[in-house]
Ligand binder design. Structure first.
Ligand code: ZN
Ligand code: ZN
Length: 118
């Protein structure tokens, strides 16, 4: 099996690559990237995602009001917001979609970008 470097620590590792695609949408600007992660950094990323974002279920009932709080500072969000989408492929045929919103303060955007290595 080919050795591929992990996007987070640049260390080469053995084993399958785990792909994570984070994107952040601020106003009309979208920033997206693609990480190949070793299993250790995948676990770290999934733990952070589960703590801060919601898993999007295909069967989700969108008529339910969703509580809109900044995923970074946990303050209620107004009209000015950034949308954060992350698709993770922990295993070959498993896909998890995450969604969250963040306020557009420089501090919150910075911490979101840092956590996602965006
Ligand atoms: Zn790694
Ligand atoms: Zn915030």
């Amino acid at each position: 099996m080919a050795l591929s470097p992990c996007s987070v620590d640049k260390a080469r590792y053995r084993g399958p690559a785990h792909h994570v695609y984070p994107a952040i949408l601020v106003g009309v600007e979208t920033q997206r990237t693609h990480h190949r992660l070793c299993v250790e950094h995948l676990d770290e990323m999934l733990t952070w995602l589960d703590a801060h974002l919601d898993r999007v279920e295909l069967q989700q009932d969108f008529t339910q009001p969703v509580e809109q709080k900044c995923l970074a500072c946990e303050q209620p969000i107004g009209f000015d917001r950034a949308a954060v989408f992350v698709t993770a492929y922990p295993l070959q045929d498993e896909r998890i979609d995450f969604f969250g919103v963040s306020c557009t303060s420089a501090l919150c955007l910075k911490s979101v970008r840092k956590a996602l290595s965006l």
